[in-house]
Design a protein. Sequence first.
Length: 155
Amino acid sequence: MYHPLTHLRTISNPNPHLRPTTEHCNAVRCNAATKSGKKFCTNHVAQHDYVKEIEKKIKAREAELKQVDANAELPEDSHLISEVRAMLWQDGRISAPGLSRYINVSSEQATALLRYAEKRGLCELKLSKRSPKKLVANALFPNGGNNLTLLGGLS
Ligand SMILES: [Zn+2]
């Protein structure tokens, strides 16, 4: 079956006879050749600056989840609150179970995160009319233009 990504290799190397310049891995005691000018080979990919940056963010997120579990305050530039804000921006409203699925946190953590977001004025929380045990957050800021409830219920 045709898929446009199948042909990316051909697009990225328009002249197969042109020899790529060979770079070598920058890791200590590794001299493996790398492709496409990469600084590290596949065995040392974790030494890339961007991979380290991502690892740092993952660790900070894990630390924040522990703070949520301990019912402690979250930092002003919280990763988790940014994720909640992004979900609210995208959909205008989100339930605790939905948030739990989308950002891969427990339902207790999702509920706590929605309460943090409410405290910061990002949303208002209500219990769902259809399933009264389900907490639903409505964004209190304008989003990409598809949240009509924010405009006073135009739909
Ligand atoms: Zn290497």
